[in-house]
Write a protein that binds this ligand. Structure first.
Ligand code: ATP
Ligand code: MG
Length: 315
């Protein structure tokens, strides 16, 4: 399989405040594969996505490292980079309320594929049908407020598909949806992956979603990747105490399991007050003096399983 994306030592900062948000992370993605990003709120999952998509908010900048895409040998300049599309957590607020769904899709089709008039309308209808929205012709005249959250997320996905992306970044695409809608959107993403062969980066707090969609997962904490492995391996044999704690937080749906989920003591420190050494050490039951002194370098703990910890949990 060919590499689609290689990120090396990515650093993202808020230069004005001299604050580091992403502290040097590396990962790669093969064409057609899915990488899951997990971690508590504020650990840098979205900023990683924005950096990859070159969409960092104003005042936040990539100040180090490299992001390399597999380039099309038949094209040159920016045109040789793969097309990237991104979908967000709250579809309804991501859509412009004054434009119809048709306007939204047709303008994307013009931008990305040069389609106009009837051709754009027909393709917009085809895209809506592809994402499971029926009566596509009349739906094109609807506004986002007339659609449910799940339908708007489908519209966002249709909009992303208009760009024929080789890489789709989905930042918590189902968090704002009820479980039925969640299941439908996940199913759609699975189908589209198989059908288009696109790479996918999916962010979710829900490890069940990551387990279902991702091939590999990366656990982030305070702007660092602390563990990465094939998803089944990570869920079965987490090595970093943080990854292990995160998995232990997952509530069980087994009615016989009466134990409450275990919480992680303390909270994620803010980027401007990160503890020295391993950022997780003040919350870690395995921490030693070494952990407070320096950040552990990533080490292989399996063939394709890596963790940044001086005291990884044995398999
Ligand atoms: N505009 C901003 N200016 C300064 N700091 C920011 C800004 N946006 C985010 N941050 C900080 O960057 C860090 C990473 O934020 P990010 O949004 O990537 O977290 P996340 O892992 O996506 O969290 P969540 O799960 O809540 O979406 C956080 O500490 C956050 O406070
Ligand atoms: Mg986020």
């Amino acid at each position: 399989m060919s590499k689609l994306l290689t990120v090396r030592d990515l650093v993202v900062e808020v230069p004005e405040r001299n604050m580091t948000i992403i502290g040097g992370i590396s990962f790669s993605l093969e064409a057609g594969q899915t990488l899951g990003l997990v971690g508590e709120s504020g650990c840098g999952k979205s900023m990683t996505c924005y950096a990859v998509a070159d969409m960092l908010p104003r005042g936040i900048a990539r100040t180090g490292g490299s992001i390399e895409f597999a380039r099309d040998p038949l094209k040159s300049g920016k045109a040789a980079d793969p097309t990237i599309a991104m979908i967000f957590q709250d579809p309804t607020s991501s859509l412009n309320p004054v434009h119809t769904i048709g306007y939204y899709l047709e303008s994307a089709l013009y931008r990305h594929q040069g389609l106009k008039g009837n051709d754009a309308r027909l393709e917009a209808m085809r895209l809506l049908e592809r994402v499971g929205i029926d009566r596509a012709k009349s739906r094109l005249r609807a506004y986002p407020h007339q659609f449910s959250g799940g339908m708007n997320q489908r519209v966002m996905i249709a909009h992303a598909l208009a760009a024929r992306p080789q890489l789709l970044i989905a930042d918590e695409p189902t968090t704002a949806l009820d479980v039925t809608m969640q299941a439908q959107i996940l199913h759609l993403l699975e189908d589209l992956k198989a059908e288009t062969g696109m790479g996918l980066i999916i962010v979710s707090h829900d490890l069940g979603i990551i387990a279902r969609l991702a091939d590999r997962a990366a656990v982030m904490y305070c702007g660092k990747i602390v563990e990465t492995a094939p998803v089944a391996d990570l869920l079965r044999r987490p090595a970093h105490p943080y990854a292990r704690a995160l998995i232990a937080c997952m509530p069980s749906i087994d009615p016989a399991d009466l134990e409450p989920p275990v919480t992680i003591p303390g909270s994620v420190p803010l980027p401007d007050s990160l503890p020295e050494g391993c950022h997780f050490h003040p919350r870690c039951s395995r921490a030693s003096g070494e952990c407070a002194a320096r950040f552990p370098a990533p080490a292989m703990i399996g063939l394709v399983h890596e963790a940044s910890c001086f005291h990884p949990v044995a398999a």
